[in-house]
Design a protein around this ligand. Structure first.
Ligand SMILES: [Fe+2]
Length: 362
């Protein structure tokens, strides 16, 4: 696993940018991601395992969710917002459905180079690896920077006018009631992705609510939200029902997310696209999803080939005269083959290629 880079305490981080113009330009960031400037990691006070929460341990690690922790600096959030609130993104990357009034998502690396560099950085990945105790990697590039935006009284139209620099509401501010006044930012669900970071990108000084709520088996709720811009939670959301609650006494509530999966080829990839199908340009989504399926299968094939070669070599050394020496672990091979079939069947079902009607008669 990668090691966590020590970052400077927030108070010594250079304040970038400093000119008014830096708060005006909206578009692909011209700033190169630098972990010393853009990360300010402070570990969570507590992590919960599935056992801690009384939830069946169906994931790829025991890690379920953690208390909020500081992840990014204000300078990083500014660059992320610069790319998020650019004209093209607001006009062409906004999607909505019954669960969520507005998401901005599907940014390409050309549109949002800083966003991609931030979430895919070895330093951010090392942080989540330190929480799960296993190696991690990006789950699906389409989902890098998926952002939930609370919709105010002006509806989705108001999103383009959000300022680059988040600020608390002035004293005496009263929120007008709009169409989505009583609607959660993202209603109850489990994710399509194994693990996600959810990072707060709005000012929280006067914010009330706005947590990520996790529903526990006894129907109680664990409500988690950082108290600063750039604070985050990390969750194995594929196996934990949760919702993004509406925030009050704030002009906005923007949270950006990134999905990750277990990296080791022996571990299952729980990624699917049930939710993404409603919120994506489907040709792009299907192409990326299929490519990821083949990449994971390739990695698993390489791993199993290595395992079989090693077992054969060991058998030859152990029993040179036995022409029928055992050269594979039947359970290991059978489990992997079953997992691979399942993995492809899930993909075919998700993309509307029902395996039962497949050309190969699967
Ligand atoms: Fe979620």
């Amino acid at each position: 696993m990668a090691t966590i880079t020590e970052t400077a305490p927030l108070s010594t981080v250079p304040l970038i940018p400093t000119s008014k113009a830096d708060y005006e330009y909206r578009g692909p960031s011209k700033v190169k991601f630098d972990p010393k400037i853009h990360l300010n990691y402070s570990p969570p006070s507590k992590s919960y395992t599935f056992a801690d929460l009384g939830v069946p341990p169906n994931g790829t690690s025991d890690f379920a969710v953690c208390e909020p922790f500081q992840l990014a600096t204000d300078a990083a959030v500014l660059e992320l917002r610069r790319e998020l609130l650019q004209k093209n993104t607001v006009e062409r990357r906004m999607h909505w459905w019954h669960r969520s009034p507005a998401c901005l998502r599907g940014f390409t690396v050309e549109e949002s180079p800083f966003t991609h560099a931030f979430w895919t950085s070895p330093e951010v990945i090392a942080i989540i690896e330190s929480l799960t105790g296993i190696e991690m990697e990006i789950s699906l590039p389409y989902e890098i920077g998926h952002t939930n935006v609370q919709v105010g009284a002006r509806g989705r139209e108001g999103i383009k006018d959000l300022k680059l620099k988040p600020e608390p509401v002035p004293s005496g501010w009263v929120e007008e009631e709009g169409e989505f006044h009583k609607v959660p930012v993202d209603n109850w669900h489990t994710d399509s992705f194994p693990y996600s970071i959810v990072m707060m990108m709005s000012d929280t000084e006067k914010m009330v609510g706005g947590q990520t709520a996790v529903r526990l088996p006894d129907d109680s709720m664990l409500k988690l939200r950082g108290t600063t811009i750039g604070s985050a939670i990390f969750i194995q959301g594929r196996h934990l029902p949760h919702a993004a609650l509406r925030a009050w006494n704030t002009g906005e509530r923007i949270t950006q997310t990134c999905p990750y999966r277990a990296k080791h080829p022996a571990l299952r990839d729980d990624t699917e696209i049930t939710n993404s199908l409603q919120l994506s340009y489907l040709n792009e989504l299907h192409g990326q999803f299929s490519k990821e399926r083949f990449l994971v299968l390739k990695k698993k094939c390489d791993y199993m080939i290595e395992r079989l070669d090693k077992a054969k070599k060991e058998a030859k050394e152990r029993e040179p005269d036995n022409y029928d020496a055992v050269i594979m672990d039947n359970d290991e091979v059978g489990d992997m083959m079953r997992e691979m079939i399942w993995y492809l069947q899930v993909a075919m079902q998700q993309m509307g290629m029902d395996p039962k009607e497949g050309k190969q008669g699967l």
